[in-house]
Design a protein around this ligand. Structure first.
Ligand code: NUP
Length: 211
């Protein structure tokens, strides 16, 4: 059963710290990405680190290897534990993120298949399976796979073995936590926690699916 990962896509430092503090007792990691970093700066990582929960940088890094290295090095220097990159730029671009993660003693996750409907246009099916295999070959710690499509998570699991699957799409995007929990290693939940009237109670509800 999976870890609970809060997707903290709020737009101010104050809200980020308040939601994180409320939910922290029920969380295994906090994932932040462009919404919060563009609003509050990369150094939001410092006060968030004080909750003692690992931080995941969801920048879906997708560039040439040198640029990916520069981005990933900054992410790890800012105190993040893990980075999420795209796989479609190729194995050398992924390897740059994996190397930065390894150098920092951190982790790198590769997006294999996205959770939204539009993912079915390019980022699913055979392409997702190739991306998952490439993530394994590049030494990534795991993949991102959709809680909205449990059958696809099972297919991707067969490819990646005991590498980790972090899975967004529960709650606001329609994914069912009970169905997906046994198939994954990390359940990523955003709006269903941070827009709840009581984020602590919402986090507690999802934490019931933890190991
Ligand atoms: O395929 C993906 N789907 C997805 O929703 C890959 C992601 N990284 N995400 C992220 O997970 C998305 O950007 C957001 O931060 C989180 C899901 O949030 P919510 O739908 O639970 O609010």
């Amino acid at each position: 059963m999976p870890d609970l990962i809060l997707a903290l896509d709020v737009l101010s430092r104050e809200e980020a710290l308040s939601v994180a503090e409320a939910a922290a007792p029920h969380l295994d990691a906090i994932k932040i990405g462009y919404p919060l970093v563009l609003a509050a700066g990369l150094d939001i990582a410092a006060p968030l680190s004080e909750f003692g929960i690992p931080l995941i940088a969801d920048f879906k890094v997708a560039d040439i290897p040198n640029t990916n290295s520069l981005i990933a090095q900054q992410v790890f220097a800012a105190g993040f534990f893990a980075i999420i990159c795209q796989g479609f730029c190729g194995s050398d671009s992924v390897a740059a993120c994996v190397e930065a993660a390894d150098d920092a003693g951190g982790e790198c996750y590769v997006v294999a298949e996205m959770s939204h409907p539009g993912a079915l246009e390019f980022l699913s099916g055979k392409n997702a399976e190739l991306l998952a295999q490439m993530a394994v070959d590049a030494g990534a710690h795991g993949i991102i796979a959709p809680a909205t499509r449990p059958e696809r998570v099972q297919t991707l699991r067969a490819i990646i073995g005991d590498k980790k699957i972090l899975s967004p799409g529960v709650g606001a995007q329609g994914g069912d936590p009970e169905t997906i929990a046994p198939l994954i290693d990390g359940m990523i939940v955003g709006r269903s926690i941070y827009t709840a009237e009581d984020p602590a109670e919402a986090a507690r509800t999802y934490a019931r699916f933890r190991r």
